[in-house]
Design a protein around this ligand. Sequence first.
Ligand code: ATP
Ligand code: MG
Length: 716
Amino acid sequence: PAPSEPPYLRGLNEPQREAVLTTDGPVLVLAGAGTGKTAALTRRLAHILFQRKAYPSEILAVTFTNKAAREMRHRVGQLVGDAVEGMPWLGTFHSIGAKMLRRHAELVGLQSNFTILDTDDQKRLLKQLIQANELDEKRWPARQLAGLIDGWKNKGLTPGDLDAGDAEQYANGRGADLYAQYQERLKTLNACDFGDLLLHMLTILKTHREVLEQYQKRFRYILVDEYQDTNAVQYLWLRLLAQERKNIACVGDDDQSIYSWRGAQVENILKFERDFPGAAVIRLEQNYRSTPHILGAASGVIANNGGRLGKTLWTELDAGEKVRVLGVWDGPEEARRVGDEIESAQRGGTSLDDIAILVRAQHQTREFEDRFIAIGMPYRIIGGFRFYERAEIRDALAYLRIISQPADDLAFERIVNTPKRGLGDKAVAQIHAVARAEGVPLLTAAARLVGTDELQARARNALAAFIGDIARWRDMANDLPHPELARQMLDESGYTAMLQADKSAEAAGRLENLTELVRAMEEYETLGAFLEHVSLVMDNDAVADDAKVTIMTIHAAKGLEYDTVFLVGWEEGLFPSQRALDEGGIASLEEERRLAYVAITRARRRATIMHAANRRIYGQWNSSLPSRFVGELPKEHVEEETTMSGGESLWRANWSEHADPFADTARGSGRGPGWQRAAGKLGGEWTARTFTREAPRVIESRASAVSLGNKGRDDI
Ligand code: ATP
Ligand code: MG
């Protein structure tokens, strides 16, 4: 490179430079994982600032997470220094939407200091509405309504935009009306929910020309990362803002679209070229992140999806290690094995900060956390709470604590009205008063109060029943194994039912976490020993800036990279998830496969995929099959190992035997037993050539198969 070249251009390849330097007009960068999309977008931002094409306040830059926004700010700062200061419009859609809405709140009947409700507040409010409308809450749970409303908001639909079909899904066609009432309630509370941050702004931009023009003029340049996961309202919002200057650059990868459950529409990639005619479409093909084996493995899996836009990926990196597929006996062995591997990587000089464990579902972190506590391995959980800090786990632990220690007032307070049993703040205050006056624990005070007529009849009955339950559970504790006790307590207290009534994806995850908690208890002799273990786990806060292993979901890992990655629990029913299998459609299975692609491509040098032959649930061993995605890994890129006694043939046999039930969801013909099927199947879609430094290896090449405009629903 020329010595005079600005630092932000250094080391970029040709198409990347194009993505950076084509500042005017619409640009779409469509490229596979690790090809430097985010890097190019960051440098484009640096270029715009460095060349003074716009003031920092005239650039709108959208990232998928707050962490990504911080990172982009930091990188740009390194490239161009202070110019990045005061970039108010760099952030997530939500954070930018909130900032804008505060300026114009009055246009939608809010004040600028409006509150943003979290999902709990939102549900509470909806519940009140459902009651006020005299609907049966059991039949029409608040969560279902919340899910519908979120869905409408993601699509950019206000109550007035709904058609009969939309509204029919809830309470015999009363959905639209309840949505309207909810919006009214929010207005009186001077509040809005997350969905409103963009929907209100969209309404304002559509109905107030002067506001729209102001922003269209202001934003000289618009940049969007992870474009494949934008939803309809985000797209409409972007399109309006960009319509005037049309200097909008979006980068994305259709194979990494993993948020359709939150309304993301990968079709937005196709809409872009239609709505911004003449857009420069740039394809990046060189992958800088991963070794050929890792790329080959990821490409082999994703090749099983249909309707892809098609991309070529190659790398100059040395072949490196093959992707390891490790079959273990059960969950605890998986955790032990990962712990051992990490310790040996550490001895080999790898920092813990460069190691990540990616799980499909939150509850999977528990096994690793417990193991890491036991061996003193520092870890962090990203995008979620540590297992034992999650709300439902704390609730369940509170039930257990009050059994083992009746004087545990904090536990009592936590669960006295969870699930709701009509013991409001007033009743709780009365219990406290008695406890203070008599110097006894809350549970004792509650028992005394029940014997008087100080409480209202309803509260008295509820409290008496609760105290009776606790006494009964304490008796049961003498005879029942403690995991069974926990399970019965969660059932009889109504806690499980509360989560079951809740139809959201979150609630399903919470139920899984509780199952996992019971599973964890099985590893301890007594309830006391288990609770002791938990309090030690809770105390394991290592010094903040020590190196730590990262544990997180695949969803949270999007856009990130690690030297060494463990991909655990690749079993049918876990990954692909049971939910995806139950839904049965090819769409949900393909989304799981995109997750697999995202997961593998997080690794720079080393990827290990694990599956256990057995998982224990409620004391029962369930045997599990390796994920079909394991079977889809091209053989030449993987190295298999199994620790099971005679296990290899066992699980291979399992897979073949069970391969057929999935045949309907498999793409193409000739789907034999998964494992053997892997390499040859991809037919004309797959090419792999050996490479030299001069002639790089083509990891995957597919023709651009989808013509514009013929895919997806046109709902704009
Ligand atoms: P993803 O699809 O996972 O979000 P991406 O396309 O955004 O990936 P980046 O994260 O931007 O890819 O880049 C992947 C890695 O490649 C990073 O470590 C980045 O620093 C490096 N990289 C990008 N471009 C180049 C380049 N021209 N030369 C050397 N390294 C590069
Ligand atoms: Mg990226």
